[in-house]
Design a protein around this ligand. Structure first.
Ligand SMILES: O=C(O)CCC(=O)C1=CC=C[C@@H](O)[C@@H]1C(=O)O
Ligand SMILES: [Mg+2]
Length: 369
């Protein structure tokens, strides 16, 4: 296939409710939606999931915009590309910056799947007809709000609940939730809010039967997580620390984690994600697909990835209704009894709602061969 033009749609979407974690409260989301068009007139879609500020990883929507416009789009436009795997060497001129690369790579995977008449799931090698959905619940103003969010998630059938924690809202929060809900599957995500000086506190979490604790220590650390994992019964899951298959290899070999939260954007795209899944399968490490408070486009990529056999735990793949009044894809992502059906039609399996896309668009930029 040959990409003859790319349109970047800069959009802004307001969340139904603010989402708070240890470092930030997200109220509205800016995305760059990538529309890539081939010489045959086919259209593929990708999404840049970076945040406005670099509190999660170092990338932002602005750094991604610069890289897409000045380096990544020019490197592929007008060029014959037979398989999205070829992008790894084409993008090698840019070190790191996985979210920028992933935004464009996702559109090429969509095109590649369409061209072969396959769903994205099948094009990746996915086998599951349905994927297991978990939900991520942000920090709340008080216990009542937290319990009501948990109750709602349980009614909707989510397979596991992820709770955000931070210093001052950790043992107290988890112990109360565990007392009130003795049998539910819960895990905690700290977004790097602790250090090894908090070892005693982190050890205390062992008594609450958490499925795992996600990214307790520094966003770029592997060494101290390995020391911590030796001290804990609870499995450590890494999120921010894993930005490539090589990071995943090091983390597994060092013993820094027993679980990986695989986010397509954070690791540079679907091709790199597949390498990580293969590694996890070979090494017997648990893995699930995370989300980025994203639109239906990125969710569609994530659902396709989660349909692969190596993904063995429910992901952060909540329904459209969880974050948005209106999404830019149709139909909505629906979670039913804790499952999402893997789409079977060619490509993403979701249509782009052009009216919604236009309604959220702040500006667009076009690039031609
Ligand atoms: O998209 C989703 O539903 C998951 C959201 C979520 O939990 C996160 C998204 C992005 C940054 C964090 O706040 C958090 C995470 O760390 O996994
Ligand atoms: Mg996380």
């Amino acid at each position: 296939m040959k990409i003859t033009s790319v349109i970047l749609h800069y959009i802004q979407m307001k969340l139904k409710n603010p989402f708070t974690n240890s470092f930030s409260t997200v109220k509205d989301r800016h995305f760059i939606i990538v529309e890539a068009i081939t010489e045959d007139g086919a259209t593929g879609w990708g999404e840049c999931v970076a945040f406005n500020q670099p509190w999660y990883t170092e990338e932002t929507i602005h750094t991604c915009s610069y890289l897409l416009k000045d380096l990544l789009i020019p490197s592929i436009i007008g060029r014959q590309i037979d398989h999205p795997n070829e992008l790894e060497s084409i993008f090698a001129q840019v070190r790191r910056n996985p979210m920028a690369k992933s935004a464009l790579e996702g559109a090429l995977w969509d095109l590649y799947a369409q061209k072969r008449g396959l769903s994205l799931s099948k094009a990746l090698g996915g086998q599951k007809k349905q994927v297991e959905a978990g939900i991520s619940i942000g920090l709340k103003k008080n216990d009542e709000e937290l319990y009501s969010a948990i109750d709602k998630s349980l009614t909707q059938g989510y397979k596991r609940i992820k709770l955000k924690i931070k210093p001052g809202q950790d043992i107290s929060l988890i112990s109360k939730v565990r007392r009130r809900y003795p049998d539910i599957a819960i895990m905690a995500d700290a977004n790097s809010a602790y250090t090894l000086a908090d070892l005693d506190l982190l050890r205390e979490l062992d008594q609450y039967d958490l499925m795992m604790i996600e990214q307790p220590l520094a966003y770029n650390d592997l060494y101290e997580h390995a020391l911590l994992q030796k001290e804990l019964k609870t499995k450590i899951c890494l999120d921010e620390s894993i930005q490539s298959a090589h990071d995943a290899l090091q983390a597994i070999r060092f013993g820094s984690c027993r679980v990986i939260n695989l986010k397509i954007g954070r690791v540079g795209g679907l091709s790199e994600s597949i390498k990580i899944l293969k590694l996890c399968e070979d090494e017997g490490v648990d893995v699930w697909c995370g989300g980025m408070i994203e639109t239906g486009i990125s969710r569609a990529h994530t659902i396709a990835l989660a349909s692969m056999k190596a993904v063995n735990l429910p992901g952060d793949i909540s329904s459209t209704q969880n974050y948005w009044h209106r999404d830019i894809t149709a139909p909505e992502v629906v979670v039913s009894n804790g499952y999402i059906d893997t789409p079977t039609s060619p490509g993403l399996g979701f249509d782009i709602d052009r009216d919604a896309l236009e309604a959220f668009t702040m500006h667009k930029e076009r690039f031609h061969a």
